[in-house]
Design a protein around this ligand. Structure first.
Ligand SMILES: N[C@H](CCC[C@H](N)C(=O)O)C(=O)O
Length: 330
């Protein structure tokens, strides 16, 4: 039997599979087939999820493991901020270390355990980097510019300004008013830029942000390869950087920024050192379910014999979210 986990960061939900726990690792094709199946709301497990996080060994200096991100559509992403917090907790518990690195597609990222955000809400801080604005790194094209920073793009949405940032997965960000946040615009734009289009050949995660107060945002994201999620860690991180760049009167580098989202709240801290940027993403790493499944079933992409037990942590996480609401009501 093999144990998988169902986890979330700000209710951006994932399954975690540790390849080192298997007698024979799943092949890349088996991993993609499993990711597309297990995350399905109807035919997957536990009403599905937003992706599969695959942990494996790493021989990189200081790294306790590696993380591969597979979206619900089977596409591979270079990074996942909410997911990295849950992978960090898994590796921290496994190796009994509270600060280390995790190998990801583009770089080895520093992670460390933080004080719990609330009772029984385990919390981690993860490094989001590298950060680039160049069109080749998203990639984007046909926008008449090599970098898109706080510029109008009428063909996306009239009257809105956009910023494109790779962290290193691709993000397109716009600061909007309440009415626009709750309109159909985000879903329409997210869908358009993640079908074949002239601008983002690999697709892009699209985030709308509302400025609630000084160093305080609400962010909603339509994710590449998934669609709407409760939160997007790299999206909230990239948006925090755009917040500091585009609205310096409302946001401070090196200060904690509170980022509310439909799944709860995370904190970010944006660093700028001689024109290179990085973002700390700090938030919950909740494990909601343990899943025992025969290894042969994993290889065969069979889920019917899965034995599931709840951890009870979701109750504590929802108490944390309730607490946020009562705070914001004040
Ligand atoms: N859909 C994203 C990957 C997951 C990122 C998101 N879930 C996060 O927490 O950063 C992409 O294709 O780039």
């Amino acid at each position: 039997m093999v144990e998988l986990l169902k986890v979330h960061g700000s209710q951006n939900k994932f399954f975690i599979l540790d390849q080192t726990a298997l007698k024979a690792k799943l092949s890349q094709d088996e991993l993609v087939a499993l990711a597309k199946h297990i995350t399905e709301p109807e035919h997957g497990l536990l009403d599905g999820a937003d992706g599969l996080l695959v942990i494996d060994a790493s021989d990189h200096d200081g790294a306790l493991g590696s993380m591969q991100v597979i979206n619900t559509d089977g596409s591979i992403a270079s990074m996942c901020g909410n997911g990295l917090r849950t992978v960090s907790r898994y590796l921290s518990d496994k190796f009994e270390k509270d600060a280390f690195k995790v190998e990801t597609m583009d770089s080895d990222l520093h992670v460390h355990r933080e004080a719990d955000l609330a009772d029984n809400v385990p919390t981690f801080s993860v490094e989001i980097s590298p950060v680039t604005f160049a069109k080749e790194s998203l990639p984007f094209d046909n926008l008449g510019t090599d970098t898109l920073i706080n510029k109008e793009v009428p063909q996306f949405a009239p009257g809105l300004k956009f910023t494109a940032i790779a962290v290193p997965n691709p993000h397109l960000i716009s600061f909007v008013d309440e009415a626009t946040m709750h309109s159909k615009t985000l879903g329409q734009l997210g869908k358009m830029l993640n079908e074949p289009n002239a601008y983002f050949p690999d697709g892009v995660n699209v985030s709308f942000a509302q400025i609630l107060d000084h160093n305080t945002l609400f962010v909603r994201t339509y994710e590449r390869g998934v669609g709407f999620t409760n939160a997007c860690g790299t999206g909230m991180s990239a948006t925090s950087l755009a917040f500091c760049l585009n609205h310096p009167e409302m946001a401070d580098f090196d200060e904690l920024i509170s980022v509310y989202n439909p799944g709860g709240m995370v904190k970010t801290r944006v660093h700028s050192r001689d024109d290179t940027f990085s973002i700390d993403l700090i938030g919950n790493a909740t494990f909601t379910h343990k899943i025992e499944i025969p290894e042969t079933d994993l290889h065969a992409n069979e889920l019917d014999h899965a034995q599931i037990t709840e951890t009870g942590e979701q109750t504590d996480y929802l108490k944390f979210v309730e607490g946020l609401k009562s705070q914001s009501v004040k």
